[in-house]
Design a protein around this ligand. Structure first.
Ligand code: RI2
Length: 308
C-alpha cells in the first residue's frame, strides 16, 4: 500500500486519476495515517486533519476527493472521546466500510446503467470513466450488441485508455478526434451519450472533462439522450451552500511544448460545466434520477455534512 506523500504526488501528476479512484486512494492514504504514532487520540486527529487537508488540495474540481476526506474527519470527530487504540480500530473499520461502499456503488451503477442500454445502441463517450466502462462492459456481457465511439480527449488523450479497455473486452469501438463529435453523431447515428462525472452540483449541473459541455450541446441539437453516470460521492454538498467548483487549470505544456510557440498564451482548463438542462438523466447507485433531483439526493445522503 502506498504512503501519503506518494498518493498526493500521484494524484497531482494524474498517475491516480478518475474521480472515484482519487477518492478511494485518499481514503486508503488516510487509513495509513490512522496507524501512525501518537500520544493520544487528539494528536492522532490532528495528524489526520493535516493529512486530509493536504490530500484535498492535491487536485481541485472532483468533489469526490473532499467528500471522502470530510467523511473521515466527521467519523474522527464523532469518536474523539475514544481511547487511542479503540479510536484506531473504529476509524480503520469505518474507512474500510467507506471503500467497500464505493466499490458496491460502482457495481450497482453498472447494473442499473446496463438496463438502460439496448442492442443496436451507438453510444458516444468522452475521456475515461471507470463507471462508464463498467456499464458498457456489463451491457456487452449481457449480450447487448452495442457500438461505442470514443473521443481521444485532448490534451492528455485519456480516450485512448477507454478504447483500449473497451476493445479488449470485445466491444466494437471507434476512436475519433474531439472536434469530429457533431459530424460523427449524425454519420454513425449515435443514439446515446454516456459520460462520467467529477462533480454534480446541487442544481444538477455537471463538472466533467473539458469538452463535455460541447458534446452535450451537439446531443441537444440532434435530440440524443445525454446520460451521466455518477456515484453519490461525486455530488457536491458545498454547492448546496452556494460554493462554486474551482475548475482546474493544468500546465500549458500538456497542450504544446513552450519552445514551439513564442508570445502566445496557451490555456489548459481541464474541466467544464454542462448545464443541467442538457442532461437527460443521472445514473446513481440509488437509481436513475433527473438532474433536478440532485439537491434531494444531497439532502438525503449528505445530511452529516450539511448538518440537516
Ligand atoms: P470515474 C475523469 O477526470 C474524467 O473527467 C471522468 O469523466 C471522471 O474523472 C470520472 O471518472 P480525470 O481524473 O470516477 O481524468 O468514473 O481528470 O473513473
Amino acid at each position: 500500500m502506498q504512503g501519503l506523500e506518494q498518493t498526493i504526488e500521484d494524484i497531482k501528476k494524474m498517475r491516480i486519476r478518475g474521480a472515484l479512484d482519487i477518492a478511494i486512494a485518499a481514503a486508503k492514504a488516510m487509513h495509513l495515517v490512522v496507524k501512525k504514532d501518537a500520544k493520544d487520540t487528539q494528536e492522532l486527529i490532528k495528524k489526520l486533519r493535516s493529512a486530509g487537508e493536504r490530500l484535498k488540495s492535491s487536485r481541485p474540481s472532483a468533489v469526490s476527493l473532499p467528500n471522502a476526506v470530510n467523511y473521515i474527519f466527521y467519523i474522527a470527530e464523532k469518536n474523539k472521546e475514544l481511547e487511542i487504540e479503540k479510536f484506531r480500530e473504529k476509524i480503520s473499520s469505518e474507512i474500510q466500510r467507506f471503500v467497500e461502499k464505493q466499490e458496491r456503488a460502482l457495481k450497482k451503477i453498472a447494473e442499473i446503467g446496463s438496463n438502460l442500454i439496448q442492442s443496436g445502441d451507438v453510444i458516444l463517450t468522452h475521456c475515461n470513466s471507470d463507471t462508464v466502462n463498467m456499464i458498457l462492459e456489463k451491457a456487452w456481457r449481457d449480450g447487448k450488441g452495442i457500438e461505442v465511439i470514443c473521443t481521444e480527449t485532448r490534451p492528455r488523450y485519456q480516450g485512448i485508455i477507454t478504447v483500449k479497455e473497451l476493445s479488449s473486452s470485445g466491444i466494437p469501438t471507434t476512436l475519433i478526434v474531439d472536434s469530429a463529435v457533431h459530424l460523427i453523431m449524425r454519420k454513425l447515428k449515435v443514439n446515446k451519450v454516456l459520460v462520467g462525472a467529477d462533480t454534480i452540483c446541487a442544481n444538477g449541473d455537471l463538472i466533467n472533462k473539458i469538452g463535455t459541455s460541447q458534446i452535450a450541446l451537439c446531443a441537444k441539437e440532434l435530440d440524443i439522450d445525454f446520460i451521466v453516470a455518477a456515484e453519490s460521492i461525486k455530488f457536491s454538498p458545498e454547492s448546496v451552500m452556494g460554493s462554486v467548483v474551482e475548475i482546474e487549470e493544468r500546465d500549458p505544456s500538456e497542450v504544446i511544448k513552450a519552445e514551439k510557440l513564442k508570445d502566445v498564451r496557451v490555456l489548459n482548463p481541464v474541466f467544464d460545466i454542462t448545464d443541467a438542462r442538457y442532461i437527460s438523466m443521472i445514473i446513481t447507485e440509488y437509481g436513475v434520477i433527473p438532474p433536478e433531483a440532485a439537491y434531494h439526493l444531497l439532502k438525503e445522503k449528505f445530511g452529516w455534512e450539511l448538518e440537516l
